[in-house]
Design a protein around this ligand. Structure first.
Ligand SMILES: *[C@@H]1O[C@H](CO)[C@@H](O)[C@H](O)[C@H]1NC(C)=O
Ligand SMILES: *[C@@H]1O[C@H](CO)[C@@H](O)[C@H](O)[C@H]1NC(C)=O
Ligand SMILES: *[C@@H]1O[C@H](CO)[C@@H](O)[C@H](O)[C@H]1NC(C)=O
Ligand SMILES: *[C@@H]1O[C@H](CO)[C@@H](O)[C@H](O)[C@H]1NC(C)=O
Ligand SMILES: *[C@@H]1O[C@H](CO)[C@@H](O)[C@H](O)[C@H]1NC(C)=O
Ligand SMILES: *[C@@H]1O[C@H](CO)[C@@H](O)[C@H](O)[C@H]1NC(C)=O
Ligand SMILES: *[C@@H]1O[C@H](CO)[C@@H](O)[C@H](O)[C@H]1NC(C)=O
Ligand SMILES: *[C@@H]1O[C@H](CO)[C@@H](O)[C@H](O)[C@H]1NC(C)=O
Ligand SMILES: *[C@@H]1O[C@H](CO)[C@@H](O)[C@H](O)[C@H]1NC(C)=O
Ligand SMILES: *[C@@H]1O[C@H](CO)[C@@H](O)[C@H](O)[C@H]1NC(C)=O
Ligand SMILES: *[C@@H]1O[C@H](CO)[C@@H](O)[C@H](O)[C@H]1NC(C)=O
Ligand SMILES: *[C@@H]1O[C@H](CO)[C@@H](O)[C@H](O)[C@H]1NC(C)=O
Length: 693
C-alpha cells in the first residue's frame, strides 16, 4: 500500500553465496545473544560454534562473509535482547518481530553504526527508549519498528537529530508519554512515516512537522493530544494519510484542503468543530473521510461530489444539518460505506444515494428525515448493512416489501419508526433469507410475532423490544438454528414460556461464527461491537405478560449470559435447574409471583454479577455466605416472607442458614470483582439498558 523506495532497494541487496565465513567476533556476539534467550525453539541446534555462522538459521551474510541480516521473526523467542548484537559491525537488518522477548531494547542497536532496518515489533519489551548522547555521529537507521511492545516513559526527542537517514518510525501500541517530537523533520530529509498511535502522547501537536516535506503518513490516534491542528501541518503537501482519531483535538479543519494528495483522513472522536469546508472538493484523491464523534456543524458542501474516489465516509455523531437532498451522491460511485448517524439532516433520503451501486454499508439513523423509503434502494446490489433507525419512516408493510428486494442484506436496523402501526402479516413478506441481525424495536407495533420471521433461517440476533406485540412466542422459534440473542422485552406477549425457547440450539451450546459488521454497532463510542460473536447470548423476555411456571428445562440453556424474565406473571418455584446455567452473568426474575425458597444451588453461579429476585412471594432465608450474600438488599426486597442480613426482616437465629462449603474466599472474591468490573459495567449497562443501531 505504502511504498518506500529507499528501503526496498536496500532489502533487495543480494546476500547470496558468501565467499568468506563469519568472524570469530561475530560468532561470539551471536552466541551471546543466544545465551540471553530462555527459549529459542531449536536455534541451539543450528547455531553451533563449530560451523560457519553464515550457515546458521536466520543469519544471512554479505558477499564478503560478514553477518548482514539477523532474521528471527515469529520464532517464539523468549528472554532478553543482548546488546552484543550491536557489535555486529556489518549488520544491516535486524528483525526480531513477533516473539515474546522481554527486557529493554539495548541502545547499542538503535545507535548502531551499521543497522539500517530494526524491527522488534510485537514483543514484550519494556522500559524507556533513552536518548542518545548528542555527541553521537549521524546514524544509518532508516526503519525503526518498535510498535506493539510495552515500552513506557518519555519518548526521545533529541535522539532523532542523529538519525538523518530515518524514513519510517513506528512506535504505536506502547505506553510512551510526552510530546510528539519533530526533530526528524529538521534532520532527516527523507522522513516519510511517523506512526505513534495507541500511546499516551500528550500536549498539543507541535509546530515543526511542517518541515517534514516528504512525510506521507502522520498518525497519532488514540493518545491524549489537545488543541488545534497546527497550521504548518497543512504545508506538508506530500501527506497522504492524516490520522489523529480519538484525541481531544479542537478547532476547525479548514486548512486540511490544502493537502491535495490526501487519501485518508481520520479525525474521528475528537472535539473538532466548524463546518466541512467547500474546498473539500479539491481533494480528488480522497478515499476515506472519517469525522465521526466531533462537533462539526453546518451543511454538507455540494462540492463533496467532486471527491469521486471516496470509498468510506463517516460523519456520524456530529451536528451536521441541512437538506441532504441538496447533495448529489451520483458522482460517488466508489462509495462503499456511508455513515451519517446522529446528525440533524432533514429532507428525504436523497435518491442519488441509490446510484452509489457499490454501497455495502449505509447508516442514516437518527436524523430528521421524512418521507417514505424509495424502491430504488433495491438497486444497491451489494448492500449488506442497512441502518435506518429513527428517521420517521411510515408504513412498515411497504418498507419491508421494498427492503426484501435487497437480497444481500445481512444486518437490518429499522427500529424506532412506524410508530403504532401493525406488524405485517405472513403473506406479505417473504425475503430476507440472508439476514443475520434484525432490529424492529421501539415501534409500539401491535399484532403478533409474525410467521414470516421463521423464514429468516440465518438469523442470529433479533430485537423486538419496546413494542406492543401480543400472543405467544411461536413454537417455530427453535428452528432458527443460529439465533443466540433474543430481546423481546417490553411487549404484551402471553402464555407460558414455550418449551421451544428452551430448545434453542445456540442458547444450549455452540459457538457463534465470527463475522465482522461493516460498521461498528454501538450506542456510545466507548462500547462498539465490530464482530457478531462479541454480543452475548441473551434471552430477554422481561416486561411481558407470561404466565405459568418457569420450565425446569430452562436448565438446558447452558450458554446463556443473560436471562431476564422480570415483570411477568410467572408463578411457582424458581427451578433448581437454573444451577446448570453456569455462564450466567445476569439473572433477573424480579416482579413475578414466584414462591417457595431460594434454591441453594443458585449460590454456585459464580459468574453472576447482577441478580434480582425482588418483588415476588419468596420465603425462607437468603444465604449469608457465598455469591448470593454479596448482592445488595434491593436484589431481594419486596418478598415479605424472605429474611436475611441485608433485609429489614432478619432471620430467626434458630433457623439454619444456607451454607456453601465449596469455592469459598479467594475464588469468590475474584469472581465478584470480575463481575463488578466486567459484568455490571459492561454487560448489564450496555447490553440491557442500551440499544444498538
Ligand atoms: C565452542 O563451544 C564449546 C562448548 O560449547 C567450547 O568448549 C569451545 O571452547 C567453543 N569454541 C570456540 C571456538 O568458541
Ligand atoms: C520482519 O519479519 C516479519 C515476519 O516475517 C515481516 O512481516 C516484517 O515485514 C519484517 N520486517 C521488516 C522491516 O521487513
Ligand atoms: C515494522 O515496520 C516496518 C516499516 O513500516 C514494516 O516494513 C514492517 O513490516 C513492520 N513489521 C511488522 C512485523 O509488521
Ligand atoms: C505500525 O505497527 C502496527 C502494529 O504494531 C500496525 O498495526 C500499523 O499498521 C503500523 N503502522 C504503519 C504505518 O505501518
Ligand atoms: C497491540 O499489541 C498487542 C500485543 O502485542 C497486540 O495483541 C494488539 O493486537 C496490538 N494492537 C494494535 C492496535 O496493533
Ligand atoms: C465541483 O463541484 C461543484 C459543485 O458540484 C461544481 O460546480 C464544480 O464544477 C466541480 N468542480 C470540479 C473541478 O469538478
Ligand atoms: C437540530 O436542529 C434543531 C434546530 O434546527 C436544534 O434545535 C436541535 O438542537 C438540533 N439537534 C441536534 C441533535 O443537534
Ligand atoms: C464500483 O467499484 C468498481 C471497482 O471496485 C468500479 O469499477 C465501478 O465503476 C464502481 N461502480 C460504480 C457505479 O462506480
Ligand atoms: C402501505 O403500503 C402498502 C404496500 O405498499 C399499501 O398497500 C398500503 O396501502 C399502505 N398503507 C398505508 C396506510 O399507506
Ligand atoms: C395480560 O393478560 C391478561 C389475560 O391473561 C389480560 O387481561 C391483560 O390485559 C394482559 N396485560 C397486558 C399488559 O397485556
Ligand atoms: C444439568 O446438566 C446435566 C449435564 O448436562 C444434566 O445431566 C442434568 O440433568 C441437568 N440438570 C438439570 C436440573 O437440568
Ligand atoms: C406456590 O404457588 C402455587 C400456585 O401458583 C401453589 O400451588 C403452591 O402451593 C405455592 N407454593 C408455596 C410453597 O407456597
Amino acid at each position: 500500500m505504502l511504498s518506500y523506495g529507499h528501503v526496498l532497494v536496500l532489502l533487495l541487496l543480494p546476500f547470496v553465496s558468501p565467499a568468506g565465513s563469519c568472524t570469530e567476533q561475530e560468532m561470539r556476539s551471536l552466541l551471546q545473544f543466544l545465551a540471553g534467550l530462555s527459549q529459542d525453539i531449536g536455534l541451539t541446534a543450528s547455531w553451533h560454534n563449530s560451523t560457519d555462522c553464515c550457515s546458521w538459521e536466520g543469519i544471512t551474510c554479505s558477499r564478503e562473509g560478514t553477518v548482514a541480516e539477523v532474521s528471527l521473526a515469529s520464532r517464539s523467542l523468549q528472554g532478553h535482547i543482548s546488546p552484543s548484537l550491536g557489535d555486529l559491525t556489518s549488520l544491516v537488518c535486524l528483525n526480531l518481530s513477533h516473539n515474546s522477548l522481554s527486557g529493554g531494547l539495548p541502545l547499542e542497536l538503535v545507535s548502531s553504526s551499521s543497522i539500517v532496518v530494526l524491527d522488534v515489533s510485537f514483543n514484550r519489551l519494556t522500559g524507556g527508549l533513552g536518548e542518545l548522547p548528542s555527541s553521537t555521529p549521524h546514524r544509518p537507521l532508516q526503519v525503526l519498528n518498535i510498535s506493539s511492545n510495552l515500552f513506557t516513559g518519555l519518548f526521545p526527542s533529541n535522539t532523532w537529530e542523529m538519525m538523518n537517514n530515518l524514513i519510517m518510525l513506528n512506535a504505536s501500541n506502547n505506553s510512551f508519554t510526552g510530546p510528539i517530537p519533530t526533530s526528524f523533520c529538521a534532520s532527516a530529509p527523507s522522513f516519510a512515516v511517523l506512526e505513534l498511535s495507541y500511546n499516551q502522547f500528550s500536549g498539543r501537536i507541535p509546530l515543526g512537522l511542517g518541515n517534514c516535506s516528504m512525510l506521507t503518513l502522520l498518525s497519532a490516534g488514540h493518545n491524549n493530544l489537545i488543541g488545534a491542528l497546527p497550521d504548518d501541518i497543512f504545508d506538508i503537501t506530500s501527506l497522504k494519510h492524516l490520522w489523529f482519531p480519538n484525541n481531544q483535538l479542537e478547532g476547525s479543519i479548514i486548512g486540511i484542503t490544502k493537502l491535495k494528495n490526501l487519501v485518508t483522513i481520520d479525525l474521528g472522536e475528537n472535539r473538532l468543530n466548524g463546518s466541512i469546508p467547500n474546498s473539500i472538493g479539491q481533494l480528488k484523491t480522497l478515499e476515506k473521510l472519517n469525522l465521526e464523534y466531533n462537533n462539526m456543524f453546518g451543511e454538507l458542501p455540494l462540492t463533496l461530489g467532486n471527491c469521486t474516489k471516496l470509498m468510506t465516509m463517516n460523519l456520524g455523531s456530529n451536528n451536521l444539518s441541512g437538506d441532504l437532498d441538496n447533495v448529489n451522491f451520483s458522482t460517488l460511485g466508489n462509495l462503499r460505506s456511508l455513515d451519517l448517524i446522529w446528525n440533524n439532516f432533514t429532507g428525504t433520503v436523497p435518491e442519488s444515494i441509490y446510484s452509489c451501486r457499490n454501497l455495502t454499508a449505509l447508516r442514516l439513523s437518527y436524523n430528521r428525515f421524512h418521507g417514505q423509503l424509495s424502491e430504488k434502494i433495491g438497486n444497491l446490489k451489494y448492500l449488506t448493512f442497512l441502518s435506518l433507525v429513527g428517521i420517521s419512516l411510515r408504513n412498515i408493510t411497504n418498507a419491508l416489501q421494498i427492503l426484501q428486494n435487497c437480497r444481500t442484506l445481512t444486518t437490518l436496523f429499522i427500529g424506532y419508526n412506524f410508530i403504532h402501526e401493525t406488524m405485517p402479516k405472513d403473506d406479505e413478506i417473504y425475503g430476507f433469507e440472508n439476514l443475520r441481525v434484525f432490529s424492529l424495536n421501539d415501534c409500539s407495533l401491535t399484532g403478533k410475532i409474525p410467521h414470516w420471521l421463521s423464514k429468516l433461517t440465518n438469523l442470529e440476533m433479533l430485537f423486538l423490544y419496546n413494542n406492543k406485540l401480543n400472543g405467544p412466542v411461536p413454537y417455530w422459534i427453535s428452528s432458527l438454528n443460529f439465533l443466540f440473542h433474543i430481546d423481546m422485552s417490553n411487549n404484551s406477549l402471553s402464555g407460558e414460556i414455550p418449551l421451544a425457547l428452551v430448545e434453542m440450539p445456540m442458547l444450549q451450546t455452540g459457538n457463534v461464527a465470527t463475522k465482522t459488521f461493516e460498521l461498528p454497532i454501538s450506542r456510545s463510542h466507548s462500547l462498539q461491537y465490530r464482530i457478531t460473536s462479541s454480543f452475548p447470548k441473551v434471552l430477554n423476555l422481561g416486561i411481558n405478560n407470561f404466565t405459568g411456571m418457569i420450565p425446569n428445562e430452562i436448565g438446558h440453556l447452558k450458554a446463556l449470559l443473560l436471562l431476564n424474565l422480570s415483570s411477568n406473571r410467572l408463578s411457582g418455584k424458581i427451578p433448581d435447574s437454573i444451577y446448570n446455567l453456569t455462564n450466567l452473568q445476569v439473572l433477573d426474575l424480579s416482579r413475578n409471583n414466584l414462591n417457595g425458597t431460594i434454591p441453594d444451588a443458585l449460590n454456585e453461579l459464580h459468574f453472576l454479577s447482577v441478580f434480582n429476585i425482588s418483588n415476588n412471594d419468596l420465603e425462607g432465608s437468603v444465604p449469608n455466605v457465598g455469591q448470593l450474600s454479596t448482592f445488595p438488599s434491593n436484589s431481594f426486597e419486596g418478598n415479605p416472607r424472605l429474611c436475611g442480613p441485608m433485609l429489614t426482616q432478619h432471620c430467626d437465629t434458630t433457623e439454619t442458614p444456607f451454607v456453601s462449603t465449596k469455592h469459598t474466599n479467594s475464588m469468590i472474591v475474584f469472581m465478584i470483582s470480575f463481575g463488578t468490573f466486567f459484568g455490571v459495567g459492561v454487560l448489564y449497562d450496555q447490553i440491557v439498558l442500551s440499544r444498538f443501531f
